[in-house]
Design a protein around this ligand. Structure first.
Ligand SMILES: [Zn+2]
Length: 420
């Protein structure tokens, strides 16, 4: 945000945000106290209830609770390192091997790259992120340890939830079950999974291990499921069945679930009903050949939320960490057009994601945490359609973004090649 010359500096922990537009269109003043929202009152030009203290007049800009990025890979990003051309491979296993080789060759350590991504998330208004972290026989728990350090470093600026992610499979990769067990003991909040049929070729085998470890550690579950068609929906129902049987509703997510965008009629309806009844959430990041039908799933009562997934890594050269842009992408891909549908898109990166992650004190009501983002838009539909500039980001009531522009940023570039 450019700051007018001569204007008072923005306080590091304002007592109030004045003159903001709420998601329902009301203009309000927000009093803050000890990291939380103390009061929400109709905006009054004279300051009204929030007179006194240090307050910021935001000129009618849109206020939302800070975004929740429901799916990222802090350990995989290559941000902070020079650009790496995307390498295509024939199979998923080849791609996994290729990623391992590439990450071993990158000189910038995991913690530095994860830090670069976390900083970018904060500057764009993200207050909480669920990150999967690779756990496999090659890297063991090294990536987890690095990201646990980053989580501690960022505890006052960004909430980080970690999923121990078996990128190399569970059943088909000896030793991974023990590593996942250790990862949960050492601070991972959830256990992940990967295409039980398509990758491990053993649906019950993988799900037995994942659900057993989740129960043992009281951890949540978040499974990557790319398997398509009726194999995918059968696995979704298997996850729903186990979730219901163990009473784990609300703590289980299936990420991607492309299959839901590939089936229709009763196959979709029966699967959606099973997910809703069991309390299994679906995470989508949007761009692939197919994506889950967001509005139809919501009609069936399924909780859908959004995440960035890969951000400039060996899997995917794209990604900006901007959750508002993510809502734009999902809205475009999902054909969300009306204001009501754009509000639904916004909920995927705010309330629905917060609920899926089990965050408490999330929202814009008195008593909620002052994890907030102010956006240069007059309302939610405009914000989703245009993902405009972030004007102010607060975490626990303290200003954490966007970073003031005092000079042009230093880019991380590869050394110039001589003679080209
Ligand atoms: Zn992922």
């Amino acid at each position: 945000m450019s700051h007018p010359v001569g204007a008072p500096p923005i306080p590091s922990a304002p007592a109030a945000l004045r003159n903001v537009t709420l998601p329902d269109g009301r203009r309000a003043d927000i009093a803050l106290h000890e990291g939380r929202i103390a009061a929400v009152t109709d905006h009054r030009a004279d300051g009204g209830a929030v007179r006194g203290g240090t307050s910021v007049d935001l000129g009618g800009a849109l206020l939302l609770p800070a975004f929740v990025d429901g799916h990222a890979h802090l350990d995989k990003t290559l941000l902070g390192a020079p650009w790496q051309p995307h390498r295509t491979t024939a199979t998923l296993r080849e791609q996994i091997a290729d990623e391992r080789e590439l990450r071993a060759s990158i000189e910038v350590p995991v913690a530095a790259r994860a830090t670069a991504l976390a900083e970018r998330m904060i500057s764009l208004g993200t207050g909480h992120v669920r990150s999967h972290v690779d756990v496999d026989p090659d890297i063991g728990l090294a990536a987890l340890h690095a990201v646990l350090g980053v989580r501690e470093e960022f505890q006052d600026r960004l909430g980080i939830q970690l999923v121990a992610f078996p990128q190399s499979g569970v059943v088909s990769s000896p030793g991974v079950a023990d590593l996942l067990d250790a990862a949960l003991a050492e601070g991972a909040d959830l256990i992940g999974g990967l295409d039980p049929a398509g990758f491990d070729g053993d649906v019950d085998g993988q799900l037995d291990i994942v659900f057993r470890l989740a129960e043992r550690h009281g951890a949540g579950i978040d499974i990557h499921l790319h398997d398509g068609g009726e194999s995918g929906t059968a696995q979704l129902r298997a996850v729903a069945e186990r979730t219901a049987a163990l009473g784990l509703g609300g703590t289980v997510t299936v990420s991607h679930a492309y299959a839901l965008g590939q089936v229709e009629g009763s196959e979709l309806a029966v699967t959606a009903d099973a997910l809703a009844a069991a309390g299994v959430s679906i995470m989508t990041n949007g761009p692939r050949d197919t994506m889950p039908p967001v509005l139809r799933l919501r009609e069936h009562g399924v909780r859908v939320f959004a995440g960035s997934d890969n951000i400039r890594d060996s899997w995917w050269p794209y990604g900006t960490a901007d959750m508002l842009e993510r809502a734009t992408i999902i809205g475009l891909q999902g054909g969300l057009m009306t204001d009501e549908e754009l509000h639904a898109a916004a909920s995927l990166i705010t309330g629905e994601a917060a609920a899926a992650l089990g965050l408490t004190g999330y929202g814009l009501a008195p008593g909620d945490r002052a994890d907030l983002v102010v956006i240069a838009a007059g309302g939610v539909p405009e914000a989703v359609a245009a993902h405009p500039e972030r004007l102010l980001v607060l975490h626990g009531g303290r200003v954490v973004g966007p970073a003031p522009r005092t000079a042009y940023p230093r880019l991380t570039l590869a050394p110039p090649e001589v003679g080209r």
